[in-house]
Design a protein around this ligand. Structure first.
Ligand code: DGJ
Length: 557
């Protein structure tokens, strides 16, 4: 029988359908960190990902029922990632017997609301304390020893010097990572892990137990000495200062190398926490190697000595020792509730650390801090604490507006971070009322917004600036005004060629009003401006602003 053409095209069609279904069925790649240019990107489903996060209160994730009412509003808040605790005592109620049902519930619920998860392993320590470890551990304090304070009292804090403690925690964490890998292979809902929470000793600069005293009077480990000597030229000033006390001795006991001080106690403590957490990270990554980070309780204004804040934690001044002791840790992250937000971001980008902020404030201040961290320090994300119980209505919440706007331009932000084509300014009453930044060929003077018509002046002003082309920028801001001047050789005056307000929808720019006249005049004192080579024009962003302005500049003289 003569074959017809039909079966051939049909088989081609079947082949295409088969191949495309194979492609569709392929599991997404494992979340990873990838260095690109000056930044480290978080890669999720094969693409750079900006974490628009929110952390739940400590106990919320322990009950699936309790969380039920919060998921819809979390989804509606524009966020894409929930940070949620996994309590060790709940997943290993009996030694070696694991129950991951709370983890499974979290993953299923987050997935059904199209949200990602960053899980916080509340294992040996949470805010320095050992409250989340299982009961079978708590009661067996001989096998699982605690920290002894200077006065000889036992603290409710597991000692990082105990191998029993470390082995128990590593086994549980490895079991958790194995379970996540097996439970969620098709969706990769969990994109990063936080290992422990704000570790360090509250109440004493170092452990004075038997194990600790022996280690303290022994030579500083060779690994740490090697790290310090081979990185001597790039050590943080705080480390150099501490080490200089002994004129940079390369061997000896802790006090011989770093001098007899609370700082020496602290570096000893840092080393042991870093080492402990690194072993946990290694055990976890052996099962499922997604990015893992540690968060820091940072030094507070009233703190006088290590132990007032958790001594030996990953505070900015301890990061050399942490890098030496925890080479497998991916990120060191500050929890920032202090007003020196800008300074703290800068401290956590030293030593090539990639910024991510797992805990901070929400509200108008949070929105500004979010844009600042992302625009000025290439943060891979931001996450206000207690996100499920914010008191403001979800729709009117400044973080919701910020996250919705950020998701509409996330690809632009991520690309600009990689290309160095982004910056940001954060102003409030504790910070300067204006700042000039340079991006491409222009200087941008950002000043606190002046109240106009019925608008109330706000104390928190911020803006994020992205360069699209040589003379074209998108700027989003709140309670600020922005004016321009040239930053490079050429005609001395910068003016506005045109400016539109608008939004990005599905990646496309949708202009609204063309702004001109009163809407671009910031100052009619043109005689003074002329002396300064300025035009008096600029962009104005009111409080509660929801629109981007896309501006093209030009130069003349
Ligand atoms: C920092 C801790 O890491 C969180 O778990 C939580 O306790 C907040 N502080 C509360 O402000």
């Amino acid at each position: 029988m003569k074959p017809t053409k039909f079966p051939a095209s049909l088989s081609l069609l079947i082949l295409i359908l088969f191949l495309s279904s194979c492609i569709e069925q392929q599991a997404p790649t494992i979340p990873a960190l990838e260095k690109s240019g000056n930044v480290t990107r978080l890669i999720v489903d094969g693409k750079p990902f900006l974490v628009l996060g929110g952390e739940l209160h400590n106990s919320s994730s322990s009950s699936r029922e309790y969380m039920k009412k919060f998921w819809p509003q979390l989804r509606a808040s524009g966020m894409n990632t929930v940070l949620a605790a996994v309590e060790w005592s709940l997943v290993e109620p009996e030694e070696g017997k694991f129950d991951f049902s709370m983890v499974d519930g979290l993953i299923q619920d987050a997935r059904s609301y199209d949200l990602r998860l960053i899980l916080l392993w509340f294992g040996s320590w949470k805010n320095g304390q050992s409250h989340y470890n299982p009961e079978w551990m708590k009661s067996d304090f001989k096998r699982f020893p605690r920290i002894t304070a200077e006065n000889g009292r036992s603290l409710e804090i597991l000692t990082p010097l105990s191998k029993e403690n470390l082995d128990a925690d590593s086994r549980a964490y490895a079991a958790l990572m194995k379970h996540i890998r097996e439970f969620d292979p098709d969706h990769r809902t969990v994109i990063m892990m936080q290992v422990e929470n704000e570790v360090g000793i509250l109440g004493s600069p170092r452990d004075h137990g038997e194990l600790a005293n022996t280690a303290f009077n022994s030579p500083v480990p060779q690994e740490l000495m090697n790290y310090l000597t081979s990185n001597k030229d790039s050590l943080l000033p705080e480390t150099v200062q501490l080490w200089s006390v002994s004129d940079f001795k390369t061997s000896g006991t802790w006090e011989e190398v770093f001098g007899k001080s609370e700082k020496c106690d602290e570096i000893f403590t840092s080393w042991h926490y870093a080492h402990y957490l690194n072993e946990i990270v290694k055990a976890g990554k052996a099962e499922y190697p997604i990015p893992m980070f540690v968060n820091a309780w940072i030094v507070q204004a009233a703190d006088k000595r290590p132990g007032d804040y958790p001594s030996g934690g990953p505070q900015a001044h301890n990061l050399d020792v942490w890098k030496a002791g925890a080479p497998d840790m991916d990120l060191y992250c500050p929890d920032i509730y202090r007003p020196e937000f800008r300074e703290l971001c800068a401290l956590y980008t030293r030593n090539n650390n990639q910024l991510f902020i797992p805990e901070a404030r929400a509200g108008e201040l949070g929105a500004g801090q979010f844009f600042y961290s992302v625009g000025r320090h290439n943060s891979i994300g931001y996450s206000p604490f207690g996100f499920e119980t914010r008191t403001t209505e979800v729709e009117n919440d400044p973080m919701t507006n910020a996250y919705k706007l950020a998701s509409s331009i996330a690809p632009l932000i991520l690309k600009a971070q990689e290309e160095g084509a982004i910056t940001a300014v954060l102003l409030n009453n504790e910070m300067p009322v204006s700042e000039e930044v340079i991006l491409g060929d222009y200087k941008f003077l950002v000043e606190q917004g002046r109240a106009r018509r019925s608008e109330q002046a706000s104390q928190e002003g911020y803006c994020i600036i992205i360069s699209l082309h040589k003379d074209e920028f998108i700027i989003y801001g709140n309670s600020v005004q922005v004016s321009f001047s040239p930053a490079t050789e050429g005609p001395a005056i910068a003016g506005i060629s045109r400016v539109d307000e608008g939004r990005y929808e599905n990646g496309l720019w949708k202009p609204g009003r063309r702004l001109n006249g009163d809407d671009i005049m910031l100052d009619y004192d043109l005689a003074k401006k002329a002396l300064e080579n300025k035009t008096g024009t600029g962009l104005r962003f009111g409080p509660g602003n929801e629109l981007i302005q896309r501006v093209k500049l030009y130069r003349y003289e």
